[in-house]
Design a protein around this ligand. Structure first.
Ligand code: CU
Length: 217
């Protein structure tokens, strides 16, 4: 079959147009094969932003103190991501509880290797203390330190409101399930213990209560 020069030109133009359409469709527009620009999809960005906002709001309410507790301006937990350090502001009063939580109602979890800085204060005349021990010892009478220096100074004698807040720090260098307990005889057995977890799978510390789990920020 013989094709005239005009026919050849028409065929060539059609082929070029088809190739151009395919190139634009494949490389120029978002699709499942190339995944181009999908992450920059405006709708996606909006949903990420709104999620962040609500997470921040929830964190401040969950990381704060319950309304019934003594008013304290500092949040329960604060973060220094660069230094991999979390500040825990642990408070007690006349109740057998930390920050209003007892018997494991509060769970603090930190990534393995993070430094935990604890500031402990007591607003009552009843002696209390705080330390981090093995999970199995949470309701006992002897509390081995779970980490080096994880029991506050005066762990067995405690402090009252007449004593200045006590600060100490330790490195949560071994993953596992631990307990935050009061070292005054009988207090842990009466429920003055909460959960402290160290995890290889966490990116940031979390605080869990009945309200849910919140990342510390
Ligand atoms: Cu106590």
């Amino acid at each position: 079959m013989k094709v005239s020069p005009v026919g050849m030109l028409v065929i060539a133009v059609c082929v070029l147009a088809a190739v151009a359409c395919w190139v634009v469709g494949y490389f120029g527009l978002p699709n499942e094969v190339t995944h181009r620009n999908l992450a920059e999809n405006p709708k996606l960005a909006v949903s990420v932003t709104s999620g962040k906002t609500s997470a921040t709001r929830n964190t401040s309410s969950a990381a704060g103190l319950p309304a019934s507790s003594t008013a304290v301006s500092k949040p329960l937990a604060q973060l220094d991501k660069a230094a991999k350090t979390v500040d825990l502001n642990i408070t007690t009063n006349q109740d057998m509880a930390f920050n209003g939580y007892s018997k494991g109602a509060l769970k603090i979890a930190v990534p393995t290797g993070w430094t935990v800085k604890v500031t402990f204060s007591n607003s009552s005349t009843i002696q209390h203390s705080v330390g981090f021990t093995d999970w199995a010892h949470r309701q006992g009478n002897s509390f081995p330190a779970a980490f080096s220096h994880s029991l506050m100074q005066g762990f067995q004698s405690g402090i009252t409101s007449s004593h200045a807040p006590v600060s100490f720090q330790f490195t949560a260098d071994k993953a596992g399930k631990y307990a935050m307990v009061c070292g005054i005889p009988g207090h842990a057995a009466m429920g003055m213990w909460d959960e402290f977890d160290v995890s290889d799978h966490l990116q940031a510390p979390t605080v869990t209560t009945a309200k849910g789990t919140q990342k510390v920020s």
